[in-house]
Design a protein around this ligand. Structure first.
Ligand code: 0WD
Length: 256
């Protein structure tokens, strides 16, 4: 019997088979969870649908997290089909490519608004719709963040500021929902070669520095992150909420 038998979860942020969200989905499915997926736009529908169907998912829904009506449609569908929800995985972030290079001081008003909206506010927007479906079910809500929220990572810029807002949101939401027995946590992942990561100028250098300097002397994989996601979804993490958990081969503890 798997750790997540009879649990129902929704995963936002699968773009392709390299996505961290996809590794998480595979791990949760192996432990018995039934999963729904969302995709952004028709191009990604073609990529996400076969992946999701491959792990027996029947709910594969469009959703741009910048649009409240699309988010409402997703959660209405979950309510009609499942009647409740146990797990929400938010693995979504976006900033314009030209904001992810050069000096932070050049961030535009629109670039700042966009990164904040899609990478931070969307977590609040999804949680707002998810928690009423989690009443009485020991729900688990999680998001993905990065060290650039608290340390300077060259070129991460406005995304670091958005991740800081996201991490603060994790704590406020954990405080809001704890009385309903719903956990809210974040995984701070080390750098992983994905579509989103390749948009960050100098990303290859980051991978090689981590490999040289991290205590474990390696980069993490999406599968490493997925195992911590499983812990956060399951009863193994009963009593853990409002946390930012590092899955980064220990890189965050290094001073010089
Ligand atoms: O090194 C890394 N890859 C790390 C990623 C280290 C630490 C954290 N993270 C975070 C990212 O910031 C993000 O929050 O993990 C999360 C997942 O990112 P990923 O798996 O690295 O990247 P990817 O496979 O590209 O998935 C992110 C997806 C988007 O992909 P694209 O590449 O098309 O932008 O987020 C989705 C989209 O599928 N997304 C949206 N979904 C709904 N509405 C939207 C949107 N408006 N914008 C982006």
């Amino acid at each position: 019997m798997g750790l997540l038998e009879n649990k129902k979860g929704i995963i936002f942020g699968v773009a392709n088979e390299r996505s961290i969200a996809w590794a998480i989905a595979q791990t949760l499915h192996k432990e018995g969870a039934e999963l729904a997926f969302t995709y952004l736009g028709e191009a990604l529908k073609e990529r996400v649908t076969p992946l999701a169907q491959g792990i027996d998912s029947k709910l594969i829904l469009p959703c741009d997290v910048a649009k409240d009506d699309e988010i409402d449609a997703v959660f209405n569908k979950l309510k009609d089909t499942w009647g409740g929800l146990d797990i929400l995985v938010h693995s979504v972030a976006f900033a314009n490519k030209d904001e992810l290079k050069g000096m932070y001081v050049n961030t535009s008003r629109e670039g700042f608004r966009l990164a904040m909206d899609i990478s931070a506010y969307s977590f609040v927007a999804l949680t707002k719709r998810a928690y009423p479906l989690m009443e009485g079910r020991n729900g688990s809500i999680m998001t993905l963040t990065y060290l650039g929220s608290e340390r300077i990572i060259p070129n991460y810029n406005v995304m670091g500021v958005a991740k800081a807002a996201l991490e603060a949101s994790v704590k406020y939401l954990a405080a809001d929902l704890g009385q309903k027995n719903i956990k809210v946590n974040a995984i701070s992942a080390g750098p992983i070669r994905t579509l989103a990561a390749m948009g960050i100028s100098g990303f290859r250098d980051i991978l090689s520095i981590v490999e040289q300097k991290a205590p474990l002397r390696r980069n993490v994989t999406a599968a490493d992150v997925a195992k911590t996601a499983l812990y956060l979804c399951s009863d193994l993490s009963g009593g853990v909420t409002g946390e930012i958990i590092y899955v980064d081969a220990g890189y965050n503890i290094v001073g010089i």
